[in-house]
Ligand binder design. Structure first.
Ligand code: ADP
Ligand code: ADP
Ligand code: ZN
Length: 222
């Protein structure tokens, strides 16, 4: 199954992806994680991306599309069973993704849209903590680690993303409303969009999603 995860920052895309990785054995491809990795390694893409990420703006399409194209068609490509998290974020990215997947005859199955409300988003992003070693997601109140500031899974240290501050969160929301919302219409028009209530508990969201997949399979759509 090939999925894209859409929704505002903080809707719970990464958290749902971690659950689906376990339950459906799908590979998690996050452009945010990939860009942060490039930044850490101080590659040319990483250095360029940093300027935009710090401000909460979108990294130019060409950089992100290049990373994704390599991941999906390159030497060590992921062929079956993946979810794209945080990509596409513009109409241009969505069109290029269709072109790339068209060339290798591997169309997307679903675009999952996690809807979430502003107060929930702000609470979630403000309390988000990430493992610097394995990328696991935590929240100071909603999902605290067992040991303070230490990852339950690998013992790595938890950190707060530099762009999870109030000013940058506001910019990211504006960018989302201006550009990324259009991507939702794009998949709606293709009949691939499935809406999920991101404000709900992530286990509950996953259960609803499994039901949707199940119903579709019964109808022989996939
Ligand atoms: P969130 O988890 O809050 O949705 P991400 O980790 O997906 O955030 O992205 C962090 C930042 O990385 C974004 O604010 C943006 O600057 C950059 N970024 C990630 N994915 C893309 C993309 N597909 N196009 C452009 N910029 C991106
Ligand atoms: P996104 O990838 O959409 O930006 P994340 O999955 O990183 O969102 O979640 C943002 C923050 O909210 C994290 O700290 C995460 O632990 C928390 N979170 C995610 N989903 C839920 C949920 N359904 N209920 C409560 N907290 C959540
Ligand atoms: Zn970890």
């Amino acid at each position: 199954m090939r999925l894209v995860l859409l929704g505002p920052p903080g809707a719970g895309k990464g958290t749902l992806a971690a659950l689906l990785k376990e339950s459906l054995k799908l590979v998690h491809i996050s452009t945010g994680d990939m860009l942060r990795e490039e930044m850490k390694k101080e590659t040319p893409i990483g250095q360029e991306a940093k300027k935009f990420i710090e401000k909460g703006e979108l990294v130019p399409d060409e950089f992100v599309i290049k990373l994704i194209e390599k991941k999906l068609t390159g030497g060590k490509r992921v062929e079956h069973g993946y979810m794209l998290d945080g990509f596409p974020r513009t109409r241009k990215q969505a069109e290029d993704l269709d072109r790339i997947l068209g060339e290798i005859r591997q169309p997307l199955d679903y675009a999952l849209y996690m809807e979430s409300t502003l107060p929930v988003i702000i609470q979630r992003l403000g309390g988000r903590r990430v493992c610097e070693n394995c990328g696991a997601l935590y929240h100071i109140r909603n999902k605290p680690p067992k040991k303070d500031k230490i990852c339950d899974l690998c013992g790595g240290e938890l950190y707060q993303r530099a762009d999870d501050n109030e000013v940058t969160i506001r910019t990211r929301m504006d960018v989302y409303l201006k550009s990324t919302r259009l991507v939702i219409d794009y998949y709606q028009a293709q009949g691939k969009l499935k809406k999920l209530d991101g404000d709900k508990d992530s286990e509950e969201v996953q259960a609803v999603l499994m039901q949707i997949f199940h119903e579709d399979r019964k109808l022989n759509k996939h």
